[in-house]
Design a protein. Structure first.
Length: 79
């Protein structure tokens, strides 16, 4: 999916965090809701300015960003 029509950054909005265009809903906020167990239906009901496609764009954006990241294993501190 091409996320570009749905997500942008603007230094004047949430200090430049990636947000859904036309909103102040950041990608990390929406991912946090999903991580807390919210369903797509709950998110769309609570934030009617969003669409299914906008939520799909959150996943596409995150997948692209993660492909470009280097991930280092976390250590638990247990020997």
């Amino acid at each position: 999916m091409n996320w570009h029509p749905y997500i942008h950054t603007d230094p004047a909005i949430l200090l430049g965090k990636p947000v859904i265009k036309g909103t102040r809903l950041s990608v990390d906020f929406l991912l946090g809701l999903l991580a807390e167990g919210w369903t797509e239906a709950q998110i769309l009901e609570s934030y009617p300015q969003l669409s299914h496609e906008a939520l799909q764009a959150v996943f596409a954006f995150t997948a692209e960003v993660m492909r470009e990241e280097r991930i280092y294993p976390l250590t638990s501190g247990v020997a």
